[in-house]
Design a binder for this molecule. Structure first.
Ligand SMILES: NC(=O)c1ccc[n+]([C@@H]2O[C@H](COP(=O)([O-])OP(=O)(O)OC[C@H]3O[C@@H](n4cnc5c(N)ncnc54)[C@H](OP(=O)(O)O)[C@@H]3O)[C@@H](O)[C@H]2O)c1
Length: 268
């Protein structure tokens, strides 16, 4: 069974030619995991960029996310097939539930069951969840078992370290994917991170990504710039000291950047 690569490329907010150029540049500099979602409205462009890159499908890891409108048992698989058409592939590597069903309109057991069925049909290699709290994660575990959940993709950066969810997932052997690891660029202005970066002759983005990787999280930073995509990848070679890790741990202030009304669950 494939496991999730620890370094991938995000595509949130990127549309049209911008996402095509970003994905092509990412693939060119060495990214092999592309993270998209039905709601991003860019699956077709991601599919186009991959096709134009000439990279073999077997060398790539594609993640998409099922939007909340498509969680019902009679919609989930059809929506995933639609995503596959746009992405120009017969399977994704990872299909995630993007957000839990608002007001629990579709029970967790129903959409996790449909997602497991999609996997059984070969439409995705792995399944997982995103934006799940400990309570929701427990319900997902009850539905399909912890071993079937390849990741919980959550907002996690120096200002929102999400330790309760991360610890709960770890105790069940479920890997965490950190989204917005750079706090959408905000962490790069942080004096502590800048100081550590200077010490290593690294960029603040590399330090932030290295911090998350060193905690055992997968990361999927996005960039519209080839130079940033390329330098971010090099975070994998950076090793922070225990003291530097502790200083970044001290930056947590519970600052959540993604909290959409009507969609977000009651957070831990
Ligand atoms: N599951 C979910 O609900 C969810 C929610 C949000 C995001 N995500 C996923 O997570 C991915 C990452 O999150 P994100 O894209 O919102 O935020 P992010 O990766 O934390 O930050 C991206 C921002 O940082 C800048 N940046 C990147 N590398 C840089 C560098 N080396 N130097 C300076 N600036 C740099 C980019 O600007 P430039 O373009 O100028 O480089 C961009 O503005 C998304 O693309 C998406 O795939 C998932």
């Amino acid at each position: 069974m494939k496991t999730i690569p620890t370094f991938g490329q995000g595509t949130f907010r990127l549309k049209g030619q911008i996402v095509i150029d970003s994905v092509k540049a990412g693939l060119d500099v060495g990214y092999r995991l592309i993270d998209t979602a039905q709601i991003y409205g860019n699956e077709a462009e991601v599919g186009q960029a991959i096709a134009e890159s000439g990279i073999a499908r077997t060398d790539l890891f594609l993640t998409t996310k099922i939007w909340t409108d498509n969680l019902a048992q009679d919609k989930l698989i059809a929506s995933l097939k639609d995503s596959l058409t746009k992405l120009r592939t017969d399977h994704v590597d990872l299909a995630l539930i993007h957000w839990p069903s608002p007001d629990n309109a579709v029970p967790v057991a129903e959409f996790m069951g449909a997602l497991a069925e999609a996997k059984a049909q070969g439409l995705t290699r792995l399944i997982g969840v995103s934006n799940f709290t400990t309570g929701l994660l427990q319900q997902a575990i009850d539905a399909v078992g912890a071993a079937a959940i390849a990741t919980n993709q959550i907002e996690l950066h120096p200002y929102l370290q999400n330790r309760k969810v991360a610890e709960f997932a770890r105790s069940h052997g479920i890997p965490i994917t950190s989204y917005m690891t750079l706090a959408y660029g905000k962490a790069l202005q942080d004096p502590v991170i800048q100081q550590i970066a200077q010490r290593h002759g690294a960029t603040p983005a590399q330090v932030t990504l290295a911090w998350a990787l060193q905690l055992g999280y997968a990361v999927i930073p996005s960039s519209t710039k080839r130079a940033n995509l390329e330098s971010n990848l090099r975070a994998q070679a950076l090793r922070l000291t225990d003291e530097e890790m502790a200083r970044i741990a001290g930056l947590d202030r519970g600052e959540r950047l993604v909290d959409p009304e009507g969609l977000a669950p009651v957070w831990n």
